[in-house]
Every structure is written in structure tokens, then in C-alpha cells.
Design a protein around this ligand. Structure first.
Ligand SMILES: NC(=O)C1=CN([C@@H]2O[C@H](COP(=O)(O)OP(=O)(O)OC[C@H]3O[C@@H](n4cnc5c(N)ncnc54)[C@H](OP(=O)(O)O)[C@@H]3O)[C@@H](O)[C@H]2O)C=CC1
Ligand SMILES: O=CC(=O)O
Length: 320
């Protein structure tokens, strides 16, 4: 008898089809709409393998409804949507998608940094709204990226890929990380500093840590107050790492120059969220890894794990 696999979103048919060799596959038939929680809980009742996106919370409640569950595959590198301790307690394995999205996400982070610094979305709106009447010296002036100091919090795969891009812009690179990256320091000249020093010295602060109990609210009112008034904050990790109310306060009062956000505490972000009222916020709908090549590679990495499990082989990319 084939193992039962449930997929929480409609994924491309050509990706899912080969898995039918090993699995009896069922899936939520919507591409854009998240499966309602009650339907998800009902769907996991008899499945052995569950393929989820970051929109799905795999927690105690879900696990208690899924007595046969053995493997959870996450279509993301970040796995804050999964209660790893609860899985471990039940001997359930989990996998994610590290590495294959590193460059694509770093490209987006750097693009967001440039867009925020040079006010690109605001300038585009200005033109389309018919406000462009002439050229004048202080029109839509932004901040220079070249030669500025960037501080990266979370110097992992993506953080380092962002730093390599920053080197191409002759930026001075500071970083803070849970452990020091001596090799990268020697190879690229990155400088390790305390979080306080990083916040005080950087023109651009980029957050690239995972989201967990250590990083929740890592950047609050106290940390924002340490930043330069003309600095830019970029977050493409997870929304809950920044205190959004405190961020709004410093942006509206001119104590921080601008922010570029690919992620929000609640996603999708509410259209009446205060941060969206500010012209000095560039907001994106969590598109860090969204290139055709990379999304396909992420899906295929999950497929690899699913196929391995289906054949009783060892699974790579296990989340510990
Ligand atoms: N916007 C988007 O679409 C995307 C967002 N992401 C987000 O980016 C995150 C990072 O991905 P990736 O680079 O692959 O992950 P990595 O695990 O390679 O890097 C994370 C880094 O953060 C460091 N870190 C952890 N906790 C802290 C802390 N409290 N203070 C400082 N540094 C810390 C880790 O240090 P150490 O090595 O010592 O543990 C590690 O170097 C993901 O978890 C996800 O949330 C990822 C992809 C796309
Ligand atoms: O946010 C995306 C991820 O891969 O993590």
C-alpha cells in the first residue's frame, strides 16, 4: 500500500506527478489561498507525510490530529512555522530548503536596499501620479550606497551572500552573529562587532537571522534608538524580529531615515497597517526567493526528500 502524502497548496502538476510512484497524493486545490485551519486539521488525520509552506503552522494542535505523521517537508529555509521540539518528541522528521535560495534572496535584499536608499518606488509613484514638473537639485534625493557602512545581523548563508554583494559597492562591512565567522572575516574582510556597535555605526542595517525565541523582538525601541537618524533598516528575514510599532515611531518622528521590508509580523500585512502609510517604507510581499529557477529548485529539493522517504532511503536537509 502506498504512503499517504498531503500537500497544503496546489503545486505545479509536473512537480507533484512523479511522487505518485511512491505516494497516494492529495492536496489543497488552491494555488493562492491558504488552506483553512479546520480543513488542514481534517486532512492530516490519516497522512504519513505532509508538505507545507510557511503559511501553515505545524504545531502541537496539528500533531495531535496526525497520529500517523512521520515526515514534514517545508517549502522554505526558515522553519519558524514548525514546532521542531514537538516533532522531535514524536519522532517526526522535518526537512527544509537551505542553500538553493541563497543567491536569489541576497539579490532581492540588495535590490530592496538600493530601492529604499534611492527612493525608487516613491520616485516611480511620483512620475506616474503626474508630479514630475521639472528637474531640481533636491528632487527625490536619497542616500549613497557606494562606500557606506552596512551592518549585517545574522551572517549565515544569505547574510554572507549579501555581504559579498556589498563588497561590489565598496561598502564597509560589519556583522553580528551568534558565533564568529573567522573564515569569512579573513577571506572577505568582514568585521565582527557587538549588536550595539553595529547599530550605532551602520548606515544600512540588514537583518538575516532565523526567527525563533532568541530573535523575537531583537530590534525593539531600545535598539532602534541606537541607530543613526539617517540610517536605513532592511528586514527580509521574518517580521517578528522587529517591533513594528517601535519602527513606525522612529520612522514617523524622523529618528530613522527609511526601512525596506520584505516580511511582516502578520502576513499578508493588513492594508491599514501604519507602516504602509509612510513614504519612507518600501514594502514587498515576502518575495525573497521568488524567481522561477529558485522556486523550482526549492520544490525539487523537497521532492528529493519526499522521494527518498518514499523509497525508504536516507533524507537530506533534515531540520535538527
Ligand atoms: N524573505 C524571504 O523570502 C526569505 C527569508 N529567509 C529568512 O532568512 C533566514 C536566514 O536564512 P539562511 O541565511 O539560509 O540561514 P542560516 O542558518 O545560514 O543563517 C542564519 C544566521 O543567523 C545567525 N543567528 C542566529 N541567531 C542569531 C542571533 N540571535 N543573533 C545573531 N545571529 C544569529 C546564525 O548564527 P549561527 O551560525 O551561529 O547559528 C546564522 O549565521 C531564514 O531563517 C528565513 O527566516 C530566507 C529565505 C528567503
Ligand atoms: O521566507 C522564506 C524562506 O525560505 O524561509
Amino acid at each position: 500500500m502506498k504512503k499517504k502524502l498531503f500537500i497544503t497548496r496546489k503545486f505545479p502538476a509536473h512537480i507533484v506527478e512523479p511522487l505518485k510512484e511512491f505516494y497516494e497524493v492529495s492536496q489543497w486545490e488552491e494555488e493562492e489561498i491558504v488552506i483553512p485551519r479546520d480543513k488542514l486539521l481534517a486532512s492530516v488525520a490519516d497522512c504519513e507525510v505532509l508538505w507545507v509552506t510557511i503559511a501553515d503552522q505545524v504545531d502541537e494542535e496539528l500533531l495531535s490530529q496526525a497520529p500517523n505523521l512521520k515526515l514534514v517537508t517545508n517549502l522554505a529555509v526558515g522553519f519558524n512555522n514548525i514546532d521542531v521540539k514537538a516533532l522531535r518528541k514524536r519522532g517526526i522528521m522535518a526537512t527544509n530548503t537551505p542553500g538553493v535560495l541563497t543567491n536569489t534572496t541576497a539579490d532581492l535584499v540588495f535590490g530592496l536596499l538600493l530601492a529604499t536608499a534611492r527612493r525608487i518606488p516613491e520616485s516611480e509613484r511620483y512620475l506616474r501620479e503626474g508630479k514630475w514638473k521639472s528637474w531640481y537639485p533636491m528632487q527625490l534625493v536619497g542616500k549613497d550606497v557606494s562606500g557606506a557602512t552596512i551592518g549585517i545581523i545574522g551572517m549565515g548563508r544569505i547574510g554572507q551572500a549579501v555581504a559579498r554583494r556589498a563588497k561590489g559597492f565598496d561598502m564597509k562591512i560589519l556583522y553580528n552573529n551568534r558565533r564568529r565567522r573567522h573564515e569569512a572575516e579573513e577571506m572577505y574582510g568582514f568585521r565582527y562587532v557587538s549588536l550595539e556597535d553595529l547599530l550605532q555605526q551602520s548606515d544600512f542595517v540588514v537583518i538575516m537571522t532565523p526567527y525563533n525565541s532568541d530573535t523575537e523582538g531583537l530590534i525593539g525601541a531600545h535598539e532602534l534608538a541606537l541607530m543613526k537618524e539617517d540610517a536605513v533598516l532592511i528586514n527580509a528575514s521574518r517580521g517578528g524580529i522587529i517591533d513594528e510599532a517601535a519602527l513606525y515611531d522612529v520612522l514617523i518622528s524622523g529618528k530613522l531615515w527609511a526601512a525596506g521590508l520584505d516580511v511582516f509580523e502578520q502576513e499578508p500585512v493588513a492594508m491599514d497597517h501604519p507602516l504602509l502609510t509612510l513614504p519612507n517604507v518600501v514594502a514587498l510581499p515576502h518575495i525573497g526567493s521568488a524567481s522561477l529557477e529558485t522556486r523550482t529548485a526549492m520544490l525539487m529539493l523537497n521532492v528529493k526528500a519526499l522521494a527518498a522517504y518514499g523509497q525508504g532511503k536516507a533524507i537530506s536537509n533534515r531540520i535538527d
